[in-house]
Design a protein around this ligand. Structure first.
Ligand SMILES: [Zn+2]
Length: 297
C-alpha cells in the first residue's frame, strides 16, 4: 500500500507537472510568434492597397531650360538678303542682322531691302559700322575717334533703336563685364565704342564660306553637330548662350539657301534649343539702361 500510496503520490505529481506544462506551453510559443507577426504586418500594405516602389515614384515635373541660339547675319543689305528674309519668314525664327550703313544707300534695291528688314517683326537690326573699314581693318582701328564716328553715322542715318554693334573684321566683345578682343591693336577703338554707349557683340561660332565661290563650306547637318559640340564642351562666351555668325551674301544661290532652310528645320526638331534675338543676350540691357539715362554720350 505504501508503495501504492507512494506510487499514487508520484502519479499525482506527474499529472500536475503535465498540467502546468500544458498551460504554460502556449505562452512560451505565442510570444515570439506574436512579435514577428507585428513586424511583418507593419512592413506590408493592407490588403487591396498597392504602394509603388520608391524608384517608380516620379518627381514633380520641372520646365527644362533651353539653350539659347542667337543667329546673326552680317554685311547686309546685299544680294543674299532677300533669300535670307524669305527663309526666316517661312521658318518663323527670330534672327538678328548687323547691317552696314553704306550698303543701305548703295542702290534702290538695297534701300528696299532695308525697308523689308524694318517691316519684319521677328528681326533685330544692329550696327555693323558705316563703311566696313573698306576692307582695310588695321588702318581703320588705329583711329578710335573715327571708328566711333563711323558707327554713330550708321546709328543716326538708319535710326537704330538699340546700341548693339559688331566691329568689322574683328571678333570683339564689350557687353557689360564681358570683355574680349581678338587682335589687341583694336583694343583702344573697342573701348572708345563702349564708352560711347555701344554694346559690342562678337561670335562664338561662324558658318564659314569660300570667298571665291561664295558658298558655304559646311552643310546644315554638320553645322548642327558643331553647335551640339560647342555647347557640350562649354566653348561659348556665356554658358548655354551661343552666337552664330553667318553672312547674307552666302545664301544667294539655291543650294546654299537650301542649306540655310535645312539648318533651321533641323534645329527646330531638337528640343534643346531656343532661337532668340541679340537684344535678349545677358547684360545687353544693363548698358542700354545706362544709355537711356543719358550718362553715356
Ligand atoms: Zn562684316
Amino acid at each position: 500500500m505504501e508503495t501504492s500510496d507512494e506510487e499514487g503520490d508520484s502519479a499525482s505529481l506527474l499529472s500536475k507537472a503535465a498540467l502546468i506544462f500544458a498551460v504554460l506551453l502556449p505562452f512560451a510559443i505565442y510570444k515570439p510568434h506574436h512579435s514577428f507577426r507585428a513586424f511583418s504586418v507593419a512592413a506590408s500594405p493592407p490588403p487591396g492597397r498597392v504602394i509603388a516602389p520608391v524608384a517608380e515614384r516620379k518627381p514633380p515635373k520641372m520646365a527644362r531650360k533651353k539653350k539659347k541660339l542667337y543667329i546673326t547675319f552680317d554685311d547686309g543689305p546685299n544680294k543674299g538678303t532677300r533669300n535670307v528674309l524669305h527663309i526666316v519668314k517661312d521658318e518663323g525664327v527670330p534672327v538678328s542682322f548687323f547691317v552696314v550703313g553704306e550698303h543701305v544707300f548703295a542702290s534702290r534695291t538695297q534701300g528696299a531691302l532695308w525697308d523689308s528688314l524694318k517691316a519684319m517683326p521677328q528681326v533685330a537690326l544692329c550696327n555693323h559700322s558705316f563703311c566696313h573699314a573698306h576692307g582695310r581693318y588695321a588702318a581703320y582701328y588705329e583711329k578710335p575717334d573715327s571708328v566711333v564716328s563711323d558707327f554713330k553715322r550708321t546709328r543716326d542715318s538708319l535710326q537704330l533703336t538699340n546700341p548693339i554693334a559688331r566691329t568689322p573684321g574683328r571678333n570683339i566683345w564689350r557687353i557689360d563685364s564681358l570683355q574680349f578682343t581678338d587682335l589687341k591693336k583694336s583694343t583702344a577703338a573697342a573701348d572708345s565704342l563702349q564708352k560711347a554707349g555701344f554694346v559690342l557683340m562678337g561670335w562664338d561660332m561662324e558658318w564659314q564660306f569660300d570667298p571665291k565661290t561664295m558658298s558655304v563650306t559646311s552643310p546644315a547637318e554638320s553645322m548642327v553637330a558643331q553647335i551640339d559640340s560647342v555647347f557640350k564642351r562649354g566653348r561659348t562666351k556665356k554658358r548655354d548662350h551661343l552666337v552664330l555668325l553667318a553672312h547674307d551674301q552666302v545664301y544667294q544661290k539655291s543650294e546654299d539657301s537650301f542649306q540655310l532652310r535645312q539648318f533651321f528645320q533641323l534645329l527646330k526638331k531638337k528640343d534643346d534649343y531656343e532661337f532668340t534675338l541679340v537684344s535678349q543676350y545677358p547684360g545687353t540691357d544693363r548698358q542700354r539702361d545706362t544709355m537711356s539715362t543719358g550718362s553715356v554720350q
